[in-house]
Ligand binder design. Structure first.
Ligand SMILES: NC(=O)c1ccc[n+]([C@@H]2O[C@H](COP(=O)([O-])OP(=O)(O)OC[C@H]3O[C@@H](n4cnc5c(N)ncnc54)[C@H](O)[C@@H]3O)[C@@H](O)[C@H]2O)c1
Length: 265
């Protein structure tokens, strides 16, 4: 499929994991991509990989939560690639696992990257999109926005991101702009919270599989495919939606269902 020929995209946190897979997926389908990451090395590496498949890309090193970063990033991306069609707000910050260990500094830092930066990026991109009468924003949320799984500040920020998604969808839908969310379940990435859990328990992903009706945790490419669908014109009537991509995790309580259904699956 080549759904993004002559389109431009910006992916925050595009240097690794889900953001990297998303940048590569959009580019594979034709998009020119601005890869934004706190770590310049991975951002430039992904931009280089996109160049090697014959597409245009630029790597931009930035903290999306820094003062004024959003406007600078939209400007830099548009200068390099042309007017922005697709914005993917993927960067996030995960802090302490429980309420007792969450302090003011970690609460603010997690909200700054996970929610405020998504708002700032959208706010910086929307005037140009409005002028052109077209644009798509995809926000990467989390199952933590739907059900309590620890990391209270991150989870509350992700729930806020779903509210922001609905706000942009309704306010800017009449201007030809769509905004949707993708809500991943567990995805095997090198995210710092997974790296530390893996260090404590090398079997963590295998143990989590029993919660997933599909029998596995996610891959970055599972999420990238959902982002690509929402970003494409074929999703033209999808606006303000939350596409849950979690292998059925939040559809029910798989281990409990098995206990209640002796002899069942
Ligand atoms: N991996 C999972 O299990 C999972 C589950 C649900 C939701 N998500 C969400 O998916 C998204 C990506 O997660 P991932 O697992 O791929 O993470 P990751 O840590 O592998 O990649 C995130 C990237 O974002 C970059 N980044 C972090 N803070 C940044 C900032 N302030 N400015 C710019 N870049 C920044 C990091 O350098 C990194 O390259 C996040 O929004 C995360 O909350 C992940």
């Amino acid at each position: 499929m080549k759904r993004f020929l002559a389109k431009t995209a910006l992916v925050t946190g595009g240097g690794r994991g889900i953001g990297r897979a998303t940048a590569l997926r959009l580019a594979t389908e034709g998009a020119a991509v601005a890869v934004v990451d706190l770590d310049g090395g991975p951002a430039h590496e992904v931009a280089k990989a996109i160049g090697e498949i014959g597409r245009t890309a630029v790597g931009l090193e930035a903290d999306v939560a820094a003062e004024g970063a959003a406007a600078r990033l939209i400007e830099a991306a548009e200068k390099a690639l042309g007017p922005l069609d697709i914005l993917v707000n993927n960067a996030a910050k995960t802090g302490p696992a429980d309420l007792a260990s969450t302090d003011e500094a970690s609460w603010d830092a997690e909200f700054a990257v996970t929610l405020r930066a998504a708002w700032a990026m959208a706010r910086a991109a929307l005037p140009g999109m409005t002028e052109r009468g077209r644009g798509v924003i995809v926000n990467i949320a989390s199952v933590n926005a739907l059900t309590a799984l620890g990391n209270p500040a991150y989870s509350a920020a992700k729930a806020g991101l779903l509210a922001l998604t609905r706000q942009i969808a309704t306010e800017y839908g009449p201007a030809g702009i769509r905004c949707n969310a993708v809500t991943p379940g567990t995805v095997h990435t090198d995210n710092p919270s997974w790296t530390s859990r893996l260090a404590a328990d090398p079997d963590v992903f295998t143990k989590l599989e029993r919660w997933y009706p599909v029998g596995r945790v996610g891959k970055p490419e599972d999420i990238a495919a959902a982002v690509a669908y929402l970003a494409a014109d074929e999703a033209g009537f999808v606006n303000g939606a939350n596409l849950v991509v979690d292998g059925g995790l939040t559809a029910g309580l798989a281990p409990m269902t098995r206990e209640l259904t002796p002899g069942g699956r």
